[in-house]
Design a protein around this ligand. Structure first.
Ligand SMILES: NC(=O)c1ccc[n+]([C@@H]2O[C@H](COP(=O)([O-])OP(=O)(O)OC[C@H]3O[C@@H](n4cnc5c(N)ncnc54)[C@H](OP(=O)(O)O)[C@@H]3O)[C@@H](O)[C@H]2O)c1
Length: 215
């Protein structure tokens, strides 16, 4: 599959690592081309399949059918409304963002609402928003495992076909997908991750922990 990642930060590195592990074609869209170029070179070096990773300036046309919004929650509106607009029409939009105020350590969305549902409201066109990867810490995605066990990736969305596509990407990247239901369930996933982040001090896991369902 061909996947565009918007962003060149920690989650672009993590999700990009899993996508290339699954032999998918990755294009990075970034504000800082030099930074994205370095990330592309790093991903390519790690790729056993030796696939080229392309780099484009943010806002470039999107040829791929799957797009990962690997940007801060606060940047999503700008990305959708100002930078891309209908270039995202018809795409599967993977939303790994967490709407967290890191000073207050609370969700900034109204009770019961998710950032993922806000994204749907921002779109003046049809696209399939799928919440995924918001509970997997970026560093753990590099190997796709914690403690020798594959990461669990929780997937929420209203479009069954889009969820099948995301499920395939997760499986190909040697992780374990869970369909947790409709997009309204994204709120639970975002709250889940808030708790996970709040536990980092107690875990002393240096941001290398994972939310895992056993067995
Ligand atoms: N880090 C984690 O462990 C983790 C885990 C789960 C979910 N998440 C979520 O994943 C998302 C990305 O996190 P991250 O850790 O990758 O953040 P990050 O390392 O700060 O990277 C964010 C990227 O977004 C880019 N960006 C910011 N504003 C933009 C805009 N308006 N248009 C285009 N690109 C823009 C930044 O560009 P520049 O490089 O130019 O600054 C940067 O490349 C966040 O919503 C976060 O909540 C993170």
């Amino acid at each position: 599959m061909k996947v565009t990642i918007i962003g060149a930060g920690a989650m672009a590195r993590g999700i990009g690592s899993r996508l290339i592990a699954g032999d998918h074609k990755v294009t990075l869209h970034a504000r800082n081309i030099e930074k994205a170029g370095l990330l592309a070179a790093e991903l390519q070096e790690r790729s056993v399949h030796n696939r080229a990773i392309e780099v484009r300036l943010v806002g470039a046309p999107v040829e791929d059918s799957v797009v990962v919004l690997a940007v801060p929650y606060d940047a999503v509106r700008e990305v959708i409304e100002d930078e891309y607009g209908d270039k995202l029409a018809g795409k599967i939009l993977i939303d790994p963002t967490n709407p967290i105020d890191f000073e207050m350590m609370e969700l900034v969305t109204p009770p019961g609402r998710s950032g993922a549902e806000e994204i749907v409201e921002l779109l003046p066109f049809e696209a399939s928003v799928v919440k995924a990867f918001n509970t997997t810490l970026a560093g753990t995605l590099i190997e796709g495992k914690v403690d020798g066990k594959p990461l669990d990736v929780f997937i929420a969305g209203n479009d069954a076909r889009a969820k099948v596509v995301v499920t395939e990407l997760v499986t190909d990247g040697d992780m374990r997908p869970f369909d947790v239901g409709p997009l309204s369930r994204a709120h639970a996933l975002e709250a889940f991750q808030l708790v996970h982040i709040k536990l980092q001090d107690q875990l002393k896991a240096t941001w290398m922990s994972a939310i895992k369902i056993l067995p």
